[in-house]
Design a protein around this ligand. Sequence first.
Ligand code: PMT
Length: 400
Amino acid sequence: MLKGKTILLGVTGGIAAYKAVELLRLYVKAGAEVFVVMTKSAREFVTPLTFQTLSGNPVHTELFNLYQEQEIGHISLADRADLVVVAPATANIIGKVAGGLADDLLSTTLLATKSPVFFVPAMNVNMYENPLYQANQKKLEGFGYYFLEPATGYLACGWEGKGKLPEPQTIFEESLRLLSPRDLNGETVLVTAGPTREELDPVRYLSNYSSGKMGYAIARIARQRGARVILVSGPTALAVPCGVEMVQVASARQMRDAVMARLAEATVVIKAAAVADYRPTKRAEHKIKKGQEAELELILEKNPDILAELGQCKTTQLLVGFAAETTELVENARKKLETKNLDLIVANDVSRSDAGFDVDTNAVRLLYRDGSSEELPLLSKDEVARQLLDRIAKLRHPSA
Ligand code: PMT
């Protein structure tokens, strides 16, 4: 994900400095090379050795250190980063940069770099709300520095309010966004994900094994690439991806209404949800009791086919469907592409144990309107999402 990228992680002195360790781990796991610069006060909270061990690179602390300067000086550090992240960022470092001050290694590096700089502030709520701090942040935003809003909650200083460092995963995802191509800028991508639930009675329902992983990966990566993303999701155990507009639904009919209500806003619709084709004709008002009979008959009726309806009423939207098949993958998927009036269909071989429902990998073949197709190898769902969005960006802007 971050292979070939260099991140300079600045850590300043706050109780949240320990969370920067987890953030570093996420960057390294994603393949980035990370160099860490710590301020003097950051070293009061976490030792450089921790960051050094996890990054595999020496940690830089001193502006005037002959050994460190010789090895990789501050200008070189500033030059080689694809992204400079300061997490946690205190009011002090933000104030210094806003004032153009450079009196230690981190502030000097920040002043010298031409790379994008991403501040993740964490401080006492009163400091955060202080107009002096707010003016500094506003000034830096005006110069193109990026900021992530602090989380709200119980702060280490005893106060409650805005000022907590957001979770490392959130900072990581925002970093990915800053490092991603913006080829979906200006697009509104409507994604459906997860299963639907069709109630039998107040305590039982019909559903399927969809975990939502495929659709959520598409939503997350579309947003990283600059799109506005609306995610209509059936019930899943997944966290809401950062920055997407979430619409939670349960049944196929609720999903249909949520999608149709937002169709006019969308430029691209991607239907990764596993929608129940049928629902019980009648939902029992009370829990169905066990009787004397050996069998219980359920009568089902057809649900709306959301994708087919979208195919009929789409105007300029690019419409992408999925086809979950266990036999005759290509033939069945192509039939759906044509009968549902799609621009592209992702044929998903769900007979494999390493693809499809509730696993982290997927094996798909992309079928296009002009009759062409391409098979992707077994990939992580994130990578399938990335490659699918590459093709969608090309279909939206063929000359780009
Ligand atoms: O969620 P995961 O665990 O990550 O699993 C991913 C997935 C297997 C669910 C996903 O990759 C996938 O294949 N989604 C489509 C599942 C499906 O319902 O396929 P289908 O062939 O039954 O439906 C074809 C298309 O019509 C789908 O885009 C579906 O969203 C849509 N549909 C189906 C029925 C219906 N009533 N309305 C619909 O809109």
